[in-house]
Design a protein around this ligand. Structure first.
Ligand code: DHB
Ligand code: FE
Length: 280
C-alpha cells in the first residue's frame, strides 16, 4: 500500500524563485534564507519520495475571478510553469501522477469532499518555488507531483477545519492505494504576511512560532481559529496557512519527528517558515 512518509511545509515567496533563477542566493538579503534550506536539500537528497502531493495556491495565473475552485486537484500527466507576467520560470515541467490523483479524487469525492478535477493547468510560484527550494536547480524534477490548488485568494476561502478534515481524507485515500508508494505531502504558503492595504508589511512572529509549535502535535487546536482571526493575526495573505493544515492532516501521525525547523524575517514582505516532519 502507499503511505505518507513525511510532510514538508514551506513559504513560497516568488522573490526566492527569482533569487535562485538569477544566482543571488549567496548575496544579502537572501543568503540567511537559503542557509536555512541547506539541511533540507541534504535531507531531500536522501528522502526522494515516489510522489509528492503538493498543496499550494494559484495566484490568479491558472484561475482568475472567472473560475474560483475551492479545492482543485491536478489529475493531468504534465503541468507547465506559468507565465506570471515576466515569462515562465526556466524550471522543468512538472510530471503528474494521474493514477494516484484519480484514486484520491474517487476516495475523497465518495467521502463527500467536492473536489474540482483539473486535467489542464499551468502551475505558478506557489508550486514551483517550493520545488526549487527543496531540490535546487534541476534538469528534471526527481519525482512526479500531484498539485492540489486551494482558493485562498477570493473570499470565501475554506476554513482551517475543512482543510484539516480534507487532509485526513487524502491521507486515507493514499493509504488505500494499492501500489507500494512512498508519498510526501507538502503544504506551502504563509507564514504571516500582507502584501497590500493599510497593514501591508504585517509580520507576526509570535503567531508564526505558535502556529508551527501546534502544527506539529496539536493541529486540532489550530482549527478552532476562524478565518477572520487567522487574517487578523497573520495578515490577509497569511490565510495561506490553511494549506499547511491540509498537508498536516494527510500525515496520520500524532507525534511526528521534527527533522528540520526554520524561520526567518524578512523575505520580500514575508515571514519565511519551514518545517520537515517525518511520520513514524
Ligand atoms: C509574496 C507573494 C506570495 O504569494 C507569497 O505567498 C509571499 C510573498 C510577494 O510578492 O512578496
Ligand atoms: Fe502566496
Amino acid at each position: 500500500m502507499a503511505r505518507v512518509s513525511a510532510g514538508v511545509y514551506t513559504s513560497h515567496v516568488p522573490a526566492l524563485g527569482a533569487a535562485m533563477d538569477h544566482g543571488k542566493t549567496a548575496e544579502p538579503p537572501w543568503a540567511p534564507i537559503f542557509a536555512g534550506y541547506e539541511f533540507s536539500r541534504r535531507w531531500m537528497a536522501g528522502h526522494v519520495p515516489d510522489v509528492i502531493l503538493l498543496v499550494y495556491n494559484d495566484h490568479a495565473n491558472a484561475f482568475g475571478l472567472d473560475l474560483v475552485p475551492t479545492f482543485a486537484l491536478g489529475t493531468a500527466a504534465r503541468y507547465e510553469p506559468a507565465d506570471e507576467g515576466w515569462g515562465a520560470r526556466a524550471v522543468p515541467s512538472v510530471m503528474g501522477h494521474p493514477e494516484l490523483a484519480a484514486h484520491i479524487a474517487q476516495h475523497c469525492i465518495l467521502e463527500d469532499f467536492d473536489l474540482t478535477l483539473v486535467n489542464r493547468m499551468d502551475v505558478d510560484h506557489g508550486l514551483t518555488v517550493p520545488l526549487s527550494l527543496l531540490f535546487g536547480a534541476q534538469l528534471a524534477w526527481p519525482c512526479p507531483v500531484i498539485p492540489l490548488a486551494v482558493n485562498v485568494i477570493q473570499y470565501p476561502v475554506p476554513s482551517g477545519r475543512r482543510c484539516l478534515a480534507l487532509g485526513r481524507a487524502i491521507g486515507r485515500a493514499i493509504g488505500s492505494f494499492g501500489p507500494d508508494l512512498n508519498v510526501q505531502v507538502w503544504g506551502t504558503g504563509g507564514m504571516s504576511h500582507q502584501l497590500s492595504g493599510q497593514r501591508a508589511g504585517l509580520i507576526n512572529a509570535a503567531f508564526d512560532h505558535d502556529f508551527m509549535d501546534r502544527l506539529i502535535d496539536r493541529p486540532e487546536e489550530l482549527v478552532q481559529m476562524s478565518h477572520v482571526e487567522l487574517v487578523r493575526e497573520a495578515g490577509s495573505e497569511g490565510i495561506e496557512l490553511v494549506m499547511w493544515l491540509i498537508a498536516r492532516g494527510a500525515m496520520d501521525c500524532a507525534l511526528p519527528t521534527v527533522a528540520h525547523r526554520f524561520y526567518h524575517v524578512p523575505a520580500s514582505n514575508t515571514a519565511v517558515g519551514h518545517l520537515i516532519l517525518e511520520a513514524d
